[in-house]
Design a protein around this ligand. Structure first.
Ligand code: HEM
Ligand code: HEM
Length: 187
């Protein structure tokens, strides 16, 4: 770690970037889990109708289904309102941007000296979990873009695997950083 930053903690710009990232990633996970993984656009009621529907009802179900599939298929961020998939793409691009800017800014702004409350072993863990998080901030959105760009569901396990790896790195990050004496450095 370099010692060019103020001795007590991180710079305001680093804190803002850190907590903006946390907000964007938290929102992104919420949206990600709300996405319909089966792409199931069957309107509720169609299953229950069991073939007893009138032609008018069938037509209504078909129209609802077509509208749902059209929304899910085209990632049109500019027109036709924002659906969950488009929100997921927009937030993903935001996280990707933060994932690129943060390590660059880290180089320019430097890091504060280590906290005295971290042992050598903990410092090693902090160092590697921060690196893993920074790499995954780029890899998770890229795996999502690959999934959508190729239109091939075979990439979904990579996207899910990348975000599970992210959870693992985050758990390690929190295991060292949730102590008030450490947390204060980022507040
Ligand atoms: C930080 C960035 C991202 C995070 C944390 C994230 C997280 C998630 C999560 C949690 C899921 C649900 C998986 C499951 O239920 O197990 C998901 C699904 C998905 N994500 Fe992302 N994602 C990110 C970026 C992106 C980007 C940039 C795209 C590109 C558009 C994308 C496209 C998708 C798609 C297509 C699905 C599957 C949805 C479906 O099949 O209905 N993700 N993501
Ligand atoms: C999206 C999730 C998160 C990511 C990607 C992330 C990433 C990082 C990174 C890369 C650093 C190193 C400083 C820098 O380069 O700016 C850092 C430091 C820190 N993070 Fe996080 N973080 C996340 C969530 C959290 C959460 C939820 C907390 C606590 C509630 C937290 C607490 C801290 C603290 C206290 C430090 C300073 C540690 C020190 O003393 O050096 N982080 N984080």
């Amino acid at each position: 770690m370099t010692t060019t930053a103020p001795a007590r903690g991180y710079r305001a710009s680093q804190k803002v970037l850190h907590w903006l990232t946390v907000l964007a990633v938290a929102a992104q996970f919420a949206v990600g889990y709300a996405l319909d993984l089966d792409g199931d656009c069957d309107p509720s009621g169609e299953d229950r109708s069991g073939g007893d529907t009138t032609d008018a009802e069938e037509e209504r179900f078909d129209r609802l289904e077509e509208a749902c599939e059209a929304r899910a298929d085209d990632y049109d961020l500019l027109g036709g309102g924002l659906d969950l998939a488009e929100l997921h793409l927009g937030l993903g691009m935001t996280v990707l941007l933060l994932g690129v800017v943060r390590p660059l800014w880290r180089r320019v702004a430097g890091l504060p000296p280590w906290s005295d409350h971290l042992s050598t072993r903990q410092r090693r863990l902090v160092h590697w979990t921060e690196r893993a998080l920074l790499v995954l901030l780029v890899l998770v959105p890229l795996s999502g873009l690959l999934l959508v760009g190729t239109g091939d569901d075979a990439w979904l396990p990579l996207h899910i695997g990348a975000h599970v790896a992210f959870f693992t790195a985050l758990a390690a990050h929190l295991s060292t950083n949730l102590r008030p004496v450490i947390l204060r450095r980022m507040l």
